[in-house]
Every structure is written in structure tokens, then in C-alpha cells.
Design a protein around this ligand. Structure first.
Ligand code: NAI
Ligand code: PYL
Ligand code: MG
Length: 262
């Protein structure tokens, strides 16, 4: 999995606040209001422990602090354990944690110790970024959506779009992956060379820049993308007045928490 860097997280607090405002403008739901709606859950003063994990490539600078900012920004009770790994887990539980947040290089999870619910960052990230597009009030009647990147985040997003009765067009540089998806899901292959098509709603989840081509854009398109780096150039954003929902960690984290709330 592509790992975050401290540089990716440097502007995370501003990005979370700015994207919450944009999400509210686009959908008439605040980010946590949208999470409440899609999951049907609410926070009930759960104590949330964030456990730094040294496995693999180790601790990422400001990763735990970014999670704590997210938890506290949305009015929840959180703490980062002083210990890491297993000692941190023991510290979390003996200090009354209701929910655990922790990540190694393969999985970032939220685990509710009270109701047993567990959430995975890639699934919850794909879901929330897709739901933002599904709730875009300006394009409620336009069911076409383009999904670029059919991996561990893009596939849950695609499933979300289908559940929300969208017409899903898919693209990935891995043609075998595209064929798998076309076999498994009722979606359309996006092939701009053969059949150019532009979209008001574009989802992107790839580890590459500039994956969104000009021919896919309309004036005032919305791009909802967890992908890092950003998949659309500043030039195209300006030329087509594109609204971009993009943030490195907090949006996906809030989605995970609402997935494990009661
Ligand atoms: P993945 O590796 O499972 O999937 C990425 C997919 O993108 C692959 O199918 C790959 O073939 C495709 N791809 C690569 N380059 C492409 C290109 N130029 N054009 C079209 N498709 C291309 O990765 P995963 O786990 O789905 O993550 C995707 C991105 O989302 C990564 O950058 C990751 O860091 C980021 N991410 C961001 C989060 C956030 O909260 N902002 C949360 C989780 C992941
Ligand atoms: C959850 C992020 C989103 C994109 N890539 C994922 C990533 O970077 N995962 C690794 C997270 C490791 C955290 C480290 C720590 O600081 O506790 N083990
Ligand atoms: Mg995010």
C-alpha cells in the first residue's frame, strides 16, 4: 500500500476544515452529518485510543497526531497511548478505551471493543468519497460517474456508486483489473480514445498525479479523490472550475468511526 509521508500530512488540519466546508456546500450535509446519514450511527461519548505502531516502515511522523486532531475536531474524546504496539494496546484497554485506532503498513483499522464492530480505512475511504458525489445536490439527476483506480479504495467506491444506482464508468491502467471489474460488476468501460465522454462527477483513487484527462471534465465538474498525489492538475482545476474534495487521512478516519459507532 502507498504509505503516507509527514509531508502528505503537513497541511492536514486545514485540509480537513476546508473540505468539510466544501462538502457542506456541495451536499448540504456537513461531513459528520453525511457520515450519520450513510451509516445510521451516532457518537455516544466513546473514548477513542490511538495506538502508534512500529511494524514495517514504522511510525509516520504526525500520523497519530492527525488522527487525534480528527477525533477532537469532531468533538470526540481521544488520546494517543504513550506506549506503542502491544504495550500501547494494553495501555488503551486499561485506560478505558471504547474504540481503538491503529495502523500498520497493510491495514488501518477502527475496532469498537464494546460492540465488536471493526472498520477498514480503504473500504470506509472509498465509501465516503463516493457518497459525497452521490449527494452532490447540483448533479442529483445526473447518474453518470467516472471511477479512476479500481484498487482497494476504488472498488468499495464503485460498489457504493452501484448501491446508489449510479451509472458507473471505470478506468484503470491495469487492463486485467478492468476486465475483472467488468466481469464482476454491471459497469461501463471508460475508453476516451474510442468513446470520449465527460462527467460532472469523477472519483479517483490512484497513487499517481494527473490521471484525470481534460476530455473527462465538464465546466464545474466535481472531483472526489482520496488519491495521493492529487490526480488532477491545477491548470485543469482552474480551466474547468473544478471543485476538488481531497484530504489525506481525516475524512476516511471519520467514516471509519461512524462505521463502528452504535
Ligand atoms: P491500490 O494500489 O489498491 O489501487 C490503485 C489502483 O490505481 C490500481 O488498480 C492501479 O492499477 C491504478 N492506477 C495506478 N496508476 C494509475 C493511473 N495512472 N491511471 C489509472 N489507474 C491507475 O491503492 P489503494 O489502496 O486503492 O489507494 C489508492 C490511493 O489512495 C493511494 O494513493 C493511497 O495512498 C490513497 N489513500 C488515501 C486515503 C485518504 O484518506 N486520502 C486513504 C487510503 C488510501
Ligand atoms: C492510512 C493511510 C492512507 C494512505 N496510506 C495509508 C498509510 O500510510 N498506511 C500506513 C500507516 C502506518 C502508520 C504507522 C504509525 O504511525 O502508527 N504504523
Ligand atoms: Mg481522507
Amino acid at each position: 500500500m502507498a504509505l503516507l509521508t509527514p509531508e502528505d500530512l503537513a497541511n492536514m488540519t486545514n485540509a480537513l476544515v476546508e473540505n468539510d466546508r466544501l462538502i457542506t456546500e456541495l451536499t448540504d450535509y456537513s461531513l459528520d452529518g453525511l457520515c450519520r446519514k450513510i451509516y445510521g450511527t451516532v457518537p455516544r461519548n466513546e473514548k477513542i485510543a490511538i495506538i502508534p505502531v512500529t511494524a514495517g516502515n514504522g511510525i509516520i511522523g504526525s500520523f497519530s497526531e492527525s488522527l487525534l486532531f480528527t477525533v477532537q475536531h469532531f468533538g470526540m474524546d481521544g488520546f494517543i497511548t504513550e506506549n506503542t504496539d502491544v504495550a500501547g494496546y494494553y495501555e488503551a484497554v486499561t485506560n478505558g478505551a471504547d474504540i481503538i485506532l491503529m495502523a500498520d503498513d497493510l491495514a488501518y483499522i477502527a475496532h469498537n471493543l464494546r460492540n465488536g464492530k471493526i472498520a477498514h480505512n480503504q473500504i470506509c475511504t472509498g465509501r465516503i468519497y463516493a457518497e459525497i458525489l452521490c449527494h452532490a445536490k447540483d448533479y442529483a439527476d445526473d447518474k453518470d460517474v467516472l471511477v479512476i483506480g479500481l484498487g482497494k479504495v476504488g472498488t468499495p467506491a464503485l460498489e457504493t456508486f452501484l448501491n446508489e444506482k449510479q451509472n458507473v464508468y471505470v478506468f484503470d491502467v491495469d487492463s486485467k483489473r478492468v476486465d475483472e471489474i467488468l466481469t464482476d460488476y454491471p459497469v461501463f468501460k471508460y475508453d476516451p480514445a474510442k468513446e470520449p465522454k465527460s462527467f460532472f462527477k469523477i472519483f479517483e483513487a490512484t497513487p499517481c498525479a494527473d490521471t484525470i484527462c481534460e476530455s473527462a471534465l465538464k465546466e464545474n465538474s466535481i472531483v472526489s479523490t482520496p488519491g495521493i498525489p492529487l490526480g488532477i492538475s491545477d491548470e485543469l482545476i482552474e480551466k474547468y472550475k473544478v471543485r476538488v474534495v481531497s484530504e489525506p487521512l481525516g475524512i476516511g478516519t471519520l467514516s471509519m468511526l461512524y462505521d463502528v459507532f452504535d
